[in-house]
Design a protein around this ligand. Structure first.
Ligand SMILES: CC(C)(COP(=O)(O)OP(=O)(O)OC[C@H]1O[C@@H](n2cnc3c(N)ncnc32)[C@H](O)[C@@H]1OP(=O)(O)O)[C@@H](O)C(=O)NCCC(=O)NCCS
Length: 158
């Protein structure tokens, strides 16, 4: 019995493209990961947008993580990435980011931008490891009352 449970929890996540049918699950994970959640409608709109590149990680039928980016001509932006709290720290975000960046490169993106809260250590490590560099800073961008600044990061694609 314990062996079965261990195997279930250790199960690898499968990464695939996400579509409008994933809107509800993505909105729920987004809401539990950020101060301001995006609605299911917002996700449905984004996931139907031909400029948006979306991937999801699932374990069985459960959503373990997702990433959304937008590409316009040769420039792209990472819109959001989140991993379910129980699945963090196992390289899942890195896997999602890698596959999304590869897809953006295949679609013709030459540079990718994103914004990250200065105090978000795990996200900053994730992006640094993936080759993103700081190109700007916006003071009190996320939460003026907390004084949280946003860093603008950029990475060029081959
Ligand atoms: C940021 C987030 C997506 C990372 O997901 P994850 O699957 O845990 O990330 P990974 O396991 O791929 O690890 C990525 C890096 O973060 C580091 N990391 C993960 N959890 C960490 C923690 N709690 N504290 C410090 N660093 C951490 C890892 O060590 C790794 O860095 P390394 O390669 O230098 O060792 C996840 O924490 C999350 O969903 N956070 C809430 C939403 C969010 O902040 N999204 C980013 C918005 S810009």
């Amino acid at each position: 019995m314990i062996g079965i449970i261990t195997r279930l929890f250790a199960r690898e996540a499968a990464v695939s493209q996400a579509g409008p049918g994933d809107a509800r699950a993505l909105a729920a994970l987004h809401a539990s990961s950020f101060h301001r959640g995006w609605s299911e409608d917002e996700f449905e709109r984004l996931l139907s947008d031909r400029h948006v590149v979306a991937h999801r990680a699932t374990t069985g039928t459960a959503l373990a993580g997702f990433i959304l980016s937008r590409i316009v001509q040769d420039e792209a932006e990472i819109l959001s990435i989140a991993v379910a709290s129980a699945r963090r720290g196992r390289g899942l975000a890195r896997q999602l980011l890698d596959i999304n960046l590869r897809r953006l490169a295949a679609l013709g993106a030459r540079s990718v931008f994103l914004e990250v809260e200065e105090g978000n250590i795990s996200a900053r490590r994730l992006y640094r490891r993936a080759g993103f560099q700081e190109v700007g800073r916006r003071e009190t961008y996320y939460a003026p009352e907390r004084g949280a600044a946003a860093l603008v990061l950029r990475r060029d694609l081959p």
